[in-house]
Ligand binder design. Structure first.
Ligand code: TYC
Length: 133
């Protein structure tokens, strides 16, 4: 017996390009000649927008800086109200350090410099540092 096998298109249906003729026509209308237009119609990907790195600013505990001074620093340079400042000061006092804010590198560097200068001018050993998040 003789069998003949005929493969038709529908036996191996592959995803077909959508509107390929139309797109080919569009591409032909917009040659990639550096004319300034966006011609990447078929390959466009979502643009990547990297977020700027953030830095934690921390206060460190010591045995000599008065508690009221630390509370004042937190109110003055970090915009905390008195209750928030007192809570964070106590956390530093008990745990050794606490994050007092998260900022861009420029703002973090400014905060650290302001606190260190203010503590030095008042002859307290308070330390303020920053670390990439
Ligand atoms: N440990 C200090 C004291 O007992 C208070 C203190 C709190 C100091 C927080 C520094 O970052 C600090 N006087």
């Amino acid at each position: 017996m003789l069998y003949s096998v005929v493969m038709t298109n529908s036996d191996f249906a592959l995803p077909q390009p959508v509107a390929s003729a139309a797109m080919t026509a569009m591409m032909a209308d917009r040659p990639q000649d550096g004319g300034g237009g966006d011609t990447s119609i078929l390959t466009k990907t979502a643009p990547k927008t990297a977020r700027p790195p953030l830095y934690k600013v921390m206060l460190l505990n010591d045995d000599y800086t008065p508690m009221e001074f630390v509370v004042h620093v937190l109110e003055r340079f970090f915009g905390l109200n008195h209750a928030q400042a007192f809570d964070i000061m106590l956390t530093v006092h008990k745990k050794g350090l606490a994050v007092v804010g998260v900022f861009s590198v420029e703002i973090a560097e400014t905060k650290v410099a302001q606190v260190m200068d203010f503590a030095r001018r008042h002859q307290h050993p308070l330390q303020c540092t920053m670390e990439k998040e």
